[in-house]
Write a protein that binds this ligand. Structure first.
Ligand SMILES: *Cc1c(COP(=O)(O)O)cnc(C)c1O
Length: 376
């Protein structure tokens, strides 16, 4: 064996700068590899040498490779993909182009900033039925959607505030049989869970589990939906000849970051999406086991939930915001403080989120549990 030597965890860690402390915050922003950092840097250098617009043309094949990767990972085509500045930007582009009636069905635990984008675009929101853990009840949803058809169904497959994997493939089947457009927020699911369900539209962010640069994301739209969209800019009544996806992608862009994202997508494909997914499920179980007995906190997810997002609810009045700050300042341990606005209709209390990537060790999780106990 050559470059493939070692475990997935060892390989992942070996191609990145060393961590200053302990990084258990991949759901916020993963650590980029040297190759990703170098590709973005080299593009910026090339811009200085030949001019930004000339360099962008030269980067087209790299950007197309990124689109092809996204297509393969979503069940769509590379030609269905546009780069955005992130997930929220993608949803806003899509919803501001929506052709007709504006009603959306989504989970009660929908991401707060998504609800804001829906409201700003004049969408009426209907809640989909869930169980006590916030997981979609697929049969009840099928009955509800058949009886009261929204203009679109929106599913955040994996939330920011809770590591519950939603039954995306089952909902995709329901939407297909009812001929309802399904839009997937894969900000946390992409690079983590299998997202190849060929939805009407899907979007994500570069910096999360795929470990690309910040400030980039994608929106992919299936052609049957794309042909119905009416992007706001330029005004559709001007009748300009440009295509829908071309109009969605127009505007200034950080091409260097897009090049870096394409490299990160290539690395993810090379690592093996199934292997990464299995390892992240294992990491989630290890994390929940390591944190199960820390006094003052309750682990929200079941141990075997197949994701690497673990949330901790304070049970004795600890303040997750203060604990997060303390862990960074005293121990160099990076976690997330998730305030209730992340899921305003589901969260009663703020939580602390731990989201290690594939390379975390048992020893590091023990160290984290010990530091968390000390900080509480
Ligand atoms: C992070 C996140 C977003 C927003 O992503 P941006 O790239 O920051 O716009 C949307 N949905 C979920 C579930 C997220 O975790």
């Amino acid at each position: 064996m050559t470059s493939g030597a070692g475990t997935l965890a060892e390989r992942w860690r070996a191609v990145r700068p060393p961590v200053a402390g302990l990084h258990v915050d991949s759901a916020a922003c993963s650590r980029q590899s040297f190759a990703v950092i170098d590709a973005a840097t080299q593009h910026a250098r090339h811009e200085a040498e030949v001019g930004g617009y000339v360099a962008a043309v030269a980067a087209a094949p790299a950007l197309d490779a990124g689109r092809a990767a996204i297509g393969a990972l979503t069940g769509l085509d590379s030609g269905d993909v546009v780069y955005t500045t992130g997930a929220n930007n993608a949803l806003d582009l899509l919803l501001s182009s929506w052709p007709a009636q504006r009603t959306v069905a989504c989970l009660p635990g929908e991401y707060g900033p998504n609800l804001a984008v829906m409201a700003a675009n004049g969408f009426d929101v209907h809640a989909l039925p869930t169980d006590g853990a916030g997981r979609l009840d697929v049969d009840a949803a099928a009955r509800q959607l058949a009886a009261d058809r929204p203009s679109l169904v929106h599913l955040t497959t994996l939330a920011s505030h809770r590591g519950v994997a939603q039954p995306m493939a089952a909902l995709a089947d329901v939407c297909r049989s009812l001929d309802l457009p399904l839009v997937i927020d894969a900000a946390q699911a992409f690079g983590h869970l299998d997202c190849a369900v060929t939805p009407s539209a899907i979007y994500s962010s570069s910096r999360k589990w795929v470990a690309g640069p910040r400030g980039v994301g994608f929106l992919a739209v299936r052609p049957d939906l794309a042909q119905r969209l009416r992007p706001r800019l330029p005004p559709p009544e001007w009748g300009l000849p440009s295509g829908v996806l071309e109009r969605l992608e127009q505007g200034e862009a950080n091409v260097a970051a897009r090049v870096g994202y394409s490299v990160a997508l290539g690395e993810y494909l090379a690592a093996g999406p199934a292997q990464v997914g299995e390892r992240l499920a294992e990491v989630g179980a290890m994390t929940r086991e390591a944190l199960a007995d820390v006094k003052g906190w309750r682990v929200v997810e079941a141990v075997d939930e197949p994701t690497a997002i673990t949330t901790l609810q304070p049970v004795d009045g600890a303040d997750p915001q203060q604990v997060r700050a303390h862990l960074i300042a005293e121990r160099g341990i990076v976690t997330t403080y998730a305030e209730t606005q992340r899921a305003p209709f589901e969260m009663a209390l703020p939580v602390l989120r731990a989201s290690p990537h594939v390379d975390v060790t048992e020893g590091e999780l023990e160290e984290f549990a010990e530091a968390l106990a000390a900080a509480t």
